[in-house]
Design a protein around this ligand. Structure first.
Ligand code: ATP
Ligand code: MG
Ligand code: MG
Ligand code: MG
Length: 566
């Protein structure tokens, strides 16, 4: 492509709202344009990069035997009600109504939709296993959209869902996905690390996150260089100083209609960890005392099967009556707002009580999520293990010392087991001709987040340095004096044509600009290779080559260059 055909709009300075380098560079390079909070247009140059990432993800998923489909972005509430997540997903879910006043959401994730497909399509063990995926737009009403496309509200995710006749089969596919993810991030040229993750928000047993390593990452990772041990210390972040008031008032923003149950209200009002599924919080009683309980991943607030919270003993949900009594409200007088006012007080008290109850002096404290509103809350046992970790601490597996680094979560794989298939009656007929619940896995990649994460890892003072797998173009040709010198124009046009014919993605800068402007733009937008054609060198049959990633400028003969630089 020629720059005269490409809409290129670079900026000298980034708009002031961008804090992170990758965000600034994406705006300066004209890859994205902000429409509103957490909403971005992918401009032509940016879209090329996004499509590159998509292509690698798609290829590797196909290689792994997964099948692409495309589900609707808008999803009916009924499916979410079946799993209970309509009530507990929390304010990240954008709920909408159609003209008949029926409830829908703009999908933050697709477990329900795919399980609905599986239960009607997959009937026999002979059809299993199967792994479906899509690359699609998600919407999550993040409390604090920031960092541009890295924590956007509308973003592109690759989400895959696998269905199995038994756990062994799920494990096999999980392992394949683990490998596939490693291939994807390797091909994209990213430095990454896979870590054990908290399964809480989505539930299930096994879970790993893939993190692009970058100082700006929101997650803290602990790993042992001498062993396989690597885990997300997310908890350390999630447990940062609390702003309960903020959380409560933020939650109240969403409370404008009466809700089905009190528990739902309480969880929502407290706004604690209601992301994804049900890492949730509710008022409960233990020995008649009210505590704020953090639930494990697979509990549905409306249908409680609470067993044990480590160290806390048995507990159950408080009944509506008990809560009313506790709140001093007359029966039938609990509107969401009324509850909210009291809940703030209760929350402070109950969190303190819970900290006393569960956590010893040296253990981490629980608090109401504030900034971290809606993020996955940790399993208490894990919190105790790695909350206070510092570099050099012994690794929990006893095989060495821990090191710490920061990461950007770009992928997440889960063994969901039967969490959704059970709730939605997703059955198949097994070899003994009996009905059985399917095992399930799910696998997400933040396709659009990867673009930001890649820049966070690869830039210098002049701009972006794309890796080979992601670059919007592979080679830039800058013709110095293209509009003045016949020879330069002829040589540039010819090289451009040869490279194009060879299938190389080449950008010919044919603008009538000063060379400095063209060089600066090509560096800012990060094209990995640049060939400069100017009269002086050309007279000797030479051109100049420089790699964006660094290194000396080289003089190369124009003859045979196309074959060499690919
Ligand atoms: P995070 O912890 O960053 O909020 P998550 O754990 O909520 O992410 P998942 O539900 O695991 O996200 O979704 C799969 C992938 O989608 C994530 O690994 C991440 O790469 C991407 N993703 C999630 N939220 C966003 C967002 N707001 N903007 C861009 N990408 C996102
Ligand atoms: Mg999230
Ligand atoms: Mg996460
Ligand atoms: Mg995740």
């Amino acid at each position: 492509m020629r720059t005269s055909q490409l809409y290129l709009s670079t900026l000298k300075e980034a708009p002031s709202e961008a804090e992170l380098l990758s965000h600034k560079l994406m705006l300066r390079a004209g890859l994205i344009k902000k429409l509103g909070s957490g909403l971005y247009t992918w401009m032509p140059l940016g879209l090329r990069v996004l499509r590159k990432v998509e292509a690698v993800v798609r290829e590797e998923m196909n290689k792994a035997g997964a099948q692409e489909l495309l589900m609707p972005a808008v999803q009916p509430a009924e499916l979410w009600q079946e799993t209970g997540r309509w009530a507990v997903f929390g304010p990240q879910m954008l709920k909408i109504k159609d003209r008949h006043e029926r409830d829908f959401c703009f999908g933050p994730t697709h477990e329900e939709v795919i399980t609905d497909i599986a239960r009607s399509e997959l009937r026999s063990y002979k059809q299993l296993p199967v792994n479906f995926y899509q690359i699609q737009t998600k919407f999550r009403d993040e409390i604090r959209p920031r960092f541009g496309v890295m924590r956007a509200r509308e973003f592109v995710m690759k989400d895959a869902y696998s269905f199995h006749a038994n756990f062994e089969s799920l494990q096999a596919t999980y392992d394949v996905m683990y490998k596939t993810y490693s291939n994807v991030f390797t091909r994209l040229g990213l430095k990454f690390r896979a870590v054990a993750a908290d399964t809480g928000a989505i539930g299930g047993s096994g879970s790993h996150e893939f993190h692009v390593l970058a100082d700006a990452g929101e997650d803290l990772l602990a790993y042992c260089p001498d062993s396989e041990y690597a885990a997300n210390v997310e908890l350390a972040e999630a447990l940062a100083p609390a702003t309960p008031r903020g959380a409560a008032s933020e939650a109240m923003r969403d409370v404008d209609t009466p809700k089905q149950t009190l528990c739902e209200d309480v969880a929502k009002l407290l706004g604690v960890g209601i992301e994804k599924t049900v890492k949730a919080c509710a008022l409960m009683t233990v020995d008649g005392q009210f505590v704020l309980a953090l639930l494990r991943g697979d509990h549905n607030l409306n249908e409680v099967k609470v067993s044990k919270l480590d160290g806390l003993g048995d507990f159950r949900f408080a009944t509506d009556e008990e809560i009313r009594a506790h709140l001093n409200c007359p029966p039938g007088f609990i509107g969401p707002v009324g509850v909210a006012a009291n809940v703030k007080v209760i929350a402070d008290r109950t969190v303190a009580a819970m900290n006393d109850f569960i956590c010893g002096a040296n253990k981490p404290k629980f608090h109401l999520a504030g900034v971290n509103f809606g993020r996955d809350l940790p399993e208490p046992a894990v919190v105790a293990d790695i909350r206070n970790v510092v570099a050099g601490d012994p690794s929990p597996d006893g095989k060495g010392k821990l090191e710490l680094c920061r990461g950007i979560e770009v992928g997440h794989i889960f063994q969901l087991r039967t969490k959704y298939s059970e709730a939605m009656n997703c059955l198949f007929v097994n070899e003994s001709n009996q009905q059985q619940v399917m095992e399930m896995g799910c696998y997400g990649i933040g396709v659009s987040r990867i673009v930001g994460a890649a820049i966070e890892q690869n830039y210098d003072e002049r701009g972006i340095i794309w890796t080979k797998g992601i670059a919007p173009f592979t080679i830039a040709i800058v013709g110095v004096g293209y509009h003045k010198s016949e020879a330069v124009k002829a040589a540039a046009d010819q090289l451009y044509a040869e490279l194009q014919a060879a299938g190389v993605e080449v950008l010919l800068d044919d603008r009538n600009e000063r060379p400095g402007v063209m060089f600066a733009d090509m560096e800012l937008i990060g094209i990995p290779h640049r060939i400069t054609i100017g009269d002086k060198a050309l007279a000797e049959g030479m051109v100049e080559y420089v790699a964006r990633a660094g290194g000396e400028m080289q003089k190369l003969p124009l003859d045979g260059l196309a074959a060499k630089v690919q």
